[in-house]
Design a protein around this ligand. Structure first.
Ligand SMILES: C[S@@+](CC[C@H](N)C(=O)[O-])C[C@H]1O[C@@H](n2cnc3c(N)ncnc32)[C@H](O)[C@@H]1O
Length: 493
C-alpha cells in the first residue's frame, strides 16, 4: 500500500517549476478486494509555496461511514471475460463501476477505474497568475479517467459555513465542488491532487459523476487526447462553489470573464453572469476599496488571449481585487507590481464601493473622467446585451418545447386515433404523462418568454424616450447626458 512519505520529485525547467506526483495507479492495492481498498492518508512532501493539505485518495464523509452495499443493491452487468466490461457494459453505460466479486468478468473487468485508482500521470506546476496547476505527464487519451476529485463530503449547510469561514480567513483559492443533491466535496484541508486543476473556458477535461460501490464520486476525465506537458483544466461552471467572484485568467478566446460563471456560489455576490435576464448587473460585481490594496487599476480594455501574462510579474498571482477593474479603455497600469500585489490575500473586510465613489478609485483625473463618462454606457450595454441573450435563450427553449410537443403528439397519435380523442381512458398512463409534461413545458416556455418581453419593455422604456431626464435608476454617480448614452445603444444592438 502506498503509505508513508511519498516524495515528490522536483525538477526545474526555467520559468515554470514541475513536481512529479506519486502515482498510485497500478499499485498493489489494485489487487485488493474492494472492502479493504479504502486507502488512508498519504503523506506527501509538497513543494515550497504550496499551502499544506492532507492528501487523501478516498472521499471522507463528515458524520457517516462509507455505504455498505446490500447484495440486492449491487448492479451486475451481462458482460463476459471476452468483452471485459468494455464497450456495451450496462454498468459502464450508466456510469456505474462493477463490484469486485460480483462482476461476471472477474479479474478481467476494466470497469473499476476509480476503485483501482487508474489515474493518469500528472505533474504539479506553478502557473503564471493562477497559483498551482496540474499538467499531463504522459499522453492521455480522450475519455480516460485522469484522477478522482477527493475531499471531505459535507452537507450544503456545512459547505456554506466553510466557504464563508475560508473567505474570512482570506484563503485565496477555493476548492469546494458540488457532489450531488445537497452534498459537496471540500478539498481545502483534505483532498487529492485534482484540487490543483485550474479552470478554463476552453477546457481539455471535464468532471463526470460515477457511482462506485453505492457512492457517487467525481472524476476528472479527458475530453480529448491530451499530449504530455499540457496543462489540465476543466470548466468550473456548475461544479465549483468559489468564494468571491474571481476574474478568469484562462486566456481562452471564448473566456466567460469570471470563474464558475454559472455556478450558484455560496457568496451572494457571486451571482453574476448567469444566463438570465437581469443577473448581469454590473453593481453586483464586488468591488474593493482601492485604499486597502493600493493598486492602480488596469483600464486597458478587457483581456483576451494571454493578456494576464503581460500584466503579471513572474510568479505573481492575480487576485480578484484587480480583476474587477478591467473595464473601459485607457492607459496601461502605471506600475505592474502595484496593480497586482504579489500573492496578496483578499482584504479581510471587503467593502462594496458605492457607484458614486467608483470613479474616485482611479488614480488620474483623466481616468476618473473617462470612467464616469463610460460607466453608464457600459452598464446599459451589459444590461441590454444580457436581456437580448436571455430572450434568445427563451425563444430557443420555447422552440424546443414546441417541437418536443409536436413529436410527442406524432408518437401518441396512433393510440389517440385508435381509441378516439374522447376516450382518454384507453391511453396508457406513460403516454399521458409524456404528453402532459411536454404540454406543460411548452406553456411554461411561452410564459417565460412573454414575461421576459414585458420585463424588457419595462427596462428599456426610459432610455428609448428621448425626452427622459436621464439614464435609468441603476446608473448613479456622475451621470452622462442622453446624447452621450445614445450612440452606444445603436452599437449594442
Ligand atoms: C481548485 S483551485 C485550483 C488550484 C489553485 N490554482 C491552487 O494554487 O491551489 C481554484 C482556485 O484557483 C484559481 N484559479 C483556477 N483557475 C483559474 C483561472 N482560470 N483564472 C484565475 N484563477 C484561477 C482561483 O484562485 C481559484 O479559487
Amino acid at each position: 500500500m502506498n503509505k508513508g512519505k511519498a516524495k515528490i520529485e522536483e525538477k526545474s525547467t526555467g520559468k515554470q517549476e514541475f513536481y512529479e506526483l506519486p502515482s498510485s495507479r497500478r499499485s498493489n492495492q489494485n489487487q485488493m478486494h474492494h472492502r479493504r481498498a479504502y486507502r488512508t492518508t498519504i503523506l506527501v512532501q509538497l513543494p515550497e509555496g504550496v499551502t499544506p493539505f492532507t492528501h487523501i485518495t478516498q472521499n471522507e464523509f463528515l458524520g457517516r461511514k462509507h455505504k455498505k452495499l446490500k447484495e440486492e443493491e449491487i448492479a451486475i452487468c451481462e458482460c463476459n471475460t471476452e468483452s471485459a466490461c468494455g464497450e456495451g457494459c450496462l454498468n459502464a453505460l450508466t456510469n456505474t463501476e462493477c463490484t469486485p466479486g460480483y462482476c461476471p468478468c472477474g479479474e478481467t473487468c476494466i470497469n473499476q477505474r476509480f476503485q483501482k485508482c487508474e489515474y493518469a500521470k500528472t505533474k504539479l506546476f506553478r502557473t503564471e497568475g493562477r497559483g498551482w496547476g496540474l499538467l499531463a505527464d504522459e499522453n492521455i487519451k480522450a475519455g480516460q479517467l485522469i484522477m478522482e476529485y477527493c475531499g471531505e463530503v459535507v452537507s450544503s449547510e456545512e459547505a456554506k459555513k466553510r466557504s464563508q469561514a475560508y473567505e474570512a480567513h482570506e484563503l485565496k483559492d477555493a476548492y469546494i465542488i458540488s457532489l450531488h443533491a445537497n452534498y459537496f466535496i471540500d478539498a481545502t484541508r483534505k483532498g487529492s491532487f485534482a484540487r490543483f486543476i485550474n479552470h478554463s473556458c476552453a477546457p481539455n477535461c471535464e468532471t463526470r459523476k460515477w457511482v462506485v460501490l453505492g457512492e457517487t464520486r467525481v472524476g476528472i476525465f479527458a475530453k480529448q487526447d491530451i499530449s504530455v506537458g499540457t496543462e489540465l483544466a476543466y470548466n468550473y461552471k456548475f461544479e465549483w462553489y468559489g468564494g468571491a467572484t474571481v476574474r478568469c485568467l484562462c486566456g481562452a478566446a471564448n473566456c466567460s470573464i469570471f470563474l464558475g460563471a454559472k455556478s450558484q456560489g455560496f457568496q451572494e455576490y457571486s451571482h453574476v453572469w448567469e444566463d438570465g435576464d437581469d443577473r448581469y448587473m454590473v453593481e453586483d460585481v464586488p468591488l474593493y476599496d482601492s485604499g486597502e490594496d493600493e493598486f492602480f487599476p488596469v483600464i486597458s480594455g478587457t483581456s483576451g488571449g494571454n493578456e494576464h501574462s503581460k500584466i503579471l510579474n513572474d510568479g505573481e498571482r492575480s487576485n480578484s481585487t484587480c480583476r474587477n477593474y478591467n473595464i473601459g479603455s485607457g492607459s496601461t497600469p502605471k506600475k505592474k507590481s502595484q496593480c497586482i500585489p504579489k500573492r496578496k490575500v483578499k482584504p479581510p473586510s471587503r467593502k462594496k464601493v458605492k457607484d458614486g465613489d467608483f470613479a474616485k478609485m482611479f488614480a488620474s483625473r483623466e481616468a476618473q473622467e473617462e470612467v464616469s463618462k463610460y460607466k453608464a454606457w457600459v452598464v446599459k450595454v451589459v444590461m441590454k446585451y444580457s436581456l437580448i441573450l436571455g430572450k434568445i435563450n427563451l425563444i430557443r427553449i420555447k422552440n424546443e418545447a414546441t417541437s418536443k410537443l409536436n413529436s410527442v403528439y406524432e408518437e401518441i397519435r396512433p393510440t389517440i386515433e385508435e381509441h378516439g380523442l374522447d376516450n382518454q381512458d384507453s391511453v396508457p398512463t406513460s403516454v399521458a404523462e409524456t404528453w402532459i409534461e411536454a404540454y406543460c413545458s411548452k406553456y411554461k416556455a411561452n410564459l417565460d418568454l412573454s414575461f421576459s418581453v414585458i420585463k424588457n419593455v419595462m427596462c428599456s422604456r426610459p432610455t428609448t424616450d428621448a425626452t427622459a431626464p436621464g439614464p435609468p435608476e441603476e446608473v448613479s454617480g456622475p451621470q452622462p447626458t442622453n446624447a452621450e448614452v445614445k450612440p452606444s445603444e445603436g452599437g449594442a444592438e
